[in-house]
Design a protein. Structure first.
Length: 597
């Protein structure tokens, strides 16, 4: 008997911990009856159908989320035609809150697993293995298995799982090469955010720290690239968070990155102090700010100390060792366009490495779904149930914010314009105004329809900057060139770069001197001047653009009138030594401002 667990992921680099947890939980003697198949939403449906067909399962179960439910429901219709006798099961958050309605629309379904599924799946597997046999599992009825929705209705409610009884998902890492590893050390959340399904289960359950240490050791020993904790609010239990972070600090392998979702306003000084000792790149933190509007925060049941959050972010940034990802949600109750603009500017001022501008999703089973009519929140009927408009935010304004999100992703979250954007921002009254104007520029030029290639985006940003800050065109050209060379050793120079041929002799002399002295590039011993010139890059600049990534210094530069003077700087870009967080090349300033140039 083969029970096929099918997962359809959003991207290839993702994995589905749910199906692996179901298989890991079953008795060892039953494991040969379980097979896992993973696909992505980009796979063609007929190819998925054929793959399932040739696997010849006796029973199949699909793991359902907002990103894959539409495809899964289309798939099961065709699968039922192709294999009419195949029992089809669904499970996961996207089918747990309207299971009865789904059973009515899709009467050929065998049933739906509700909520946490490890124990439920084992009993379901025992049922199918026991069919037609004597002994354990024989005579078992589906109606006796808790946590199911069957054609005849719901069975008994399944109790929450003891996390310490769950086995480790990753006995081996076969199939996980170049993919994100997901891990949970807790389930549940103490907070009651009205848009989140985690608020339904308010009890936080922890995995025993001795078990967690053992499992983290496995990841560290195998030097996996990234482990993403799926704990809803990782630091809600201080002792638990400290023990895990202390273990990672002590056993850091110099390779693995660990991602955590935290609440910054409850972070203690002790936690901040411990995190400040981490290797750059060991830990990255995701902080859900969502909004700074106090009325909105109250309506969605978020009790956030904004001043404390800001102080925490400032403290975390001091060590320059932690990637910070801050989130905002547009479309929340009582937040209009002006209010969201304020939220954006407040969070942008915290200078995270990534600012995610998300849009409210009205999830099944959430309080937000219950109050959507009261709040005048209208949203797509189909997944991902994203907001169309609200009583406070029009559809046109939502679309404007969508465009802001696109340019924010391209130009800020990409991390490729770290010196150009701060200087450009000084031409606007706020960061939001800059991205709003950039979005309008993109729309006017048709770039939202014909998406520009990555290399051409620098040229586009230059054209946009010239429109708003034309007096500094020469400075913007060098800022963009500096940002470009920070990331890659270009084979061909961009159109806006100055002719550097007149500096060839100077650059050749610098490399010749380095071949003899070995003072600038100690990691390149054994390479001659010609090889050094290919492995690194030296670029002449007439402005100190590396100093202009801070707003205050950019404003001082503008007010000084220095942009009208000529200077000469040589900057060496060392690509072997990159910043662990930004991946920017190490830079060496070879000469400073010279009055006689």
């Amino acid at each position: 008997m083969k029970f096929l667990l099918a997962a359809i992921n959003a991207k290839y680099i993702h994995s589905n911990p749910a199906v692996y947890s179901l298989r890991a939980y079953v008795d060892e003697r039953l494991k040969p009856n379980v097979e896992i198949a993973e696909y992505t939403i980009n796979n063609q449906m007929d190819k998925i159908l054929y793959d399932i067909y040739v696997r010849k399962p006796d029973v199949i179960g699909f793991s359902c989320y907002i990103w894959n439910i539409t495809m899964i429901l289309d798939l099961v219709r065709e699968l039922h035609k192709l294999m009419p006798g195949l029992p089809i099961w669904l499970g996961g958050p996207e089918v747990s809150y309207d299971a009865r309605e789904l059973m009515e629309v899709y009467p050929f379904l065998a049933g739906i697993m509700i909520g946490e599924g490890e124990v439920t799946f084992q009993e379901l597997l025992q049922y199918y293995v026991g069919l037609g046999k004597s002994g354990e599992g024989a005579g078992r009825k589906l109606a006796d298995i808790a946590g199911l929705c069957l054609p005849g209705g719901y069975t008994a409610v399944r109790e929450l799982t003891d996390l310490n009884h769950l086995p480790f998902l990753y006995g081996d890492l076969e199939g996980f090469s170049d993919r994100i590893i997901y891990y949970e050390s807790s389930r549940g959340c103490p907070y009651r955010c009205s848009y989140c399904l985690s608020s339904i289960d308010k009890k936080v359950r922890l995995r025993d720290i001795a078990i967690v240490r053992k499992e983290l050791k496995f990841f560290l020993d195998h030097k996996v690239k990234q482990v993403k904790f799926i704990d809803r609010t990782f630091n809600c239990i201080h002792k638990h968070a400290m023990e895990i972070w202390a273990y990672l600090l002590e056993h850091d392998n110099g390779v693995t990155n660990f991602h955590f979702e935290i609440a910054a306003d409850i972070m203690t000084d002790e936690e901040i102090s411990l995190l400040s000792q981490m290797r750059p790149g060991l830990v990255q933190l995701e902080i859900g700010v969502q909004t700074v509007n106090p009325v909105t925060l109250k309506a969605i049941h978020r009790h956030m100390d904004l001043d404390r959050l800001k102080q925490t972010v400032r403290s975390l940034r001091v060590g320059k060792n932690i990637h910070l990802h801050l989130d905002l949600i547009a479309g929340l109750p009582y937040e209009d366009y002006t209010s969201f603009r304020n939220s954006f500017n407040e969070v942008y001022a915290m200078t995270p490495e990534e600012l995610q501008l998300g849009f409210l999703k009205v999830l099944k089973g959430s309080e937000m779904q219950e109050k959507a009519l009261e709040y005048g929140i209208y949203y797509f009927e189909k997944p991902p149930y994203e907001v169309l408009y609200t009583k406070w935010l029009s559809y046109g304004e939502v679309r404007k914010l969508k465009k802001v999100e696109e340019v924010l992703t391209l130009y800020y979250n990409s991390g490729q314009y770290t010196h150009t954007l701060p200087f450009l921002q000084t031409a606007f009254d706020s960061p939001f105004s800059m991205f709003e104007a950039m979005a309008a520029f993109f729309e006017d030029k048709g770039y939202f329809i014909n998406s520009p290639a990555r290399a051409y985006r620098y040229q586009i940003l230059l054209a946009f900057a010239m429109q708003w800050d034309e007096a500094y065109t020469a400075v913007y050209k060098e800022l963009l060139l500096f940002d470009l060379y920070l990331r890659e050793n270009l084979k061909s120079r961009p159109e806006f770069a100055q002719d550097s041929s007149i500096y060839k002799m100077d650059i050749r002399d610098i490399y010749a001197r380095e071949e003899k002295e070995r003072s600038l590039l100690p990691d390149y011993s054994g390479y001659d001047a010609r090889q050094l010139g290919k492995m690194t890059h030296i670029e002449p600049f007439t402005y100190p653009v590396w100093e202009l990534a801070e707003e205050e210094k950019a404003l001082q530069f503008k007010s000084s009138g220095r942009h009208r003077e000529e200077a000469l700087y040589y900057v060496m870009f060392d690509y072997r030594n990159r910043n662990c967080l930004s991946r920017e090349a190490h830079t060496i300033i070879l000469s400073g401002f010279r009055e006689d140039c």
